[in-house]
Design a protein around this ligand. Structure first.
Ligand code: NDP
Length: 304
């Protein structure tokens, strides 16, 4: 029986691991991928207090090393279900089953898909949800970025390091992103903004992206862009399918907690982007993780 299983080793999970193991708990983190979560695919972080600029993977590595320095452990595994047995919780992965006195869900969010023809088939062949991972493959080319939020605009700026032109496709005539990021985009002459346009379908050549057909949001008229890659950044959905049976989410799938990060199920907590909250940032994820780690230590003390 482990004291605490943390599902997800992004900033929230890593911060919870640090606080809980430092408080003396026996902690295990489970993640299906590399520790660091979305930091691993973030080119640059410029709002982590105390560091004007830092690459995402660098910060991820530092957080990971720090998180494990008080004895926490980490294993790989994709969680498919959590069963509440009241005095203990069972965490089931596709390979194993674990028992813990408390569980923290810190699984974050996943990228929303455009749902247009050839998106799925060409993923990895020109369609990419990670500019940091795939941007360098398109050196000197023209590419499309879809979306008008912070992610789309930040990734569009990042891509201009490699490509000749980024076509930024925005479905309304305004951005959703913060003003400061908008200003950077408007001042970048490698970014061509297409307001009031939506992605419609992709055209392939030799099983790779060759063109993107876009649709005018008002008239429905179609036009084509010659691009070698399409990077959709159109929002995020919480990763909470595996907690469906616990009935702890809101109508959008985000987990509802109190201010101690506990859900309505005693001993089951949530932290970070997966939680219903107003601001999803690295700094707010680590904040949630710290509160959860410390509160879970109190919870277990009271149980004993
Ligand atoms: P957002 O939900 O903020 O933005 C999504 C964008 O995609 C919007 O412009 C939206 O248009 C558009 N969109 C949605 N669906 C479609 C579609 N089917 N076709 C075309 N366009 C579509 O998502 P982000 O991923 O940008 O950000 C998620 C969260 O993370 C936000 O809270 C954001 O602030 C935060 N974040 C913060 C960063 C920072 O502070 N440095 C960096 C990155 C993310 P519409 O506006 O019309 O709905």
């Amino acid at each position: 029986m482990i004291d605490l299983i943390i599902i997800g080793a992004g900033p929230a999970g890593l911060s919870a691991c640090l606080y809980a193991s430092r408080a003396g708990l026996d902690v295990m983190m489970l993640d299906a991928g590399a520790p660091g979560g979305k930091l691993n695919v973030s080119a640059e972080i410029e709002n982590w207090p105390g560091q004007k600029k830092k690459t995402g993977p660098e910060l991820a590595y530092e957080m990971y090393e720090h998180a494990l320095s008080f004895g926490g452990k980490q294993e790989y595994g994709e969680v498919t279900k959590i069963i509440d047995h009241n005095d203990f919780k069972e965490v089931i992965t596709n390979e194993k089953s674990y028992q813990a006195k408390a569980v923290l869900i810190a699984t974050g969010t996943k990228e929303r898909k455009m749902g247009i023809p050839l998106e799925e088939e060409l993923t990895g062949h020109g369609v990419s949800y990670c500019a940091v991972c795939d941007g360098p493959f398109f050196k000197g080319e023209e590419v499309a970025v879809i979306g008008g939020g912070n992610s789309a605009l930040e990734e569009a700026i990042y891509l201009t390091k490699f490509v000749n032109c980024v076509h930024l496709i925005v479905r309304r005539d305004v951005f959703r992103a913060d003003k400061i990021i908008q200003e950077h985009v408007l001042g970048n002459d490698k970014i061509k903004i297409h307001f009031l346009k939506k992605p419609h379908h992709i055209i392939a050549k030799d099983n790779k992206v060759d063109k993107l057909a876009i649709e005018d949001s008002n008239t429905g008229e179609l036009s084509e862009l010659l691009v070698k890659a399409v990077f959709p950044f159109i929002g995020l959905d919480p990763i909470t399918e595996f907690v469906k049976d616990l009935d702890i989410t809101d109508e959008h799938g985000y987990i509802i907690t109190d201010e101690t990060m506990q859900t309505k199920v005693s001993g089951i907590y949530a932290a970070g982007d997966v939680r219903k909250k107003v601001l999803r940032q690295v700094v707010t994820a680590t904040n949630d993780g710290a509160i959860a780690g410390q509160q879970i230590a109190h919870y277990l003390e009271n149980q004993n």
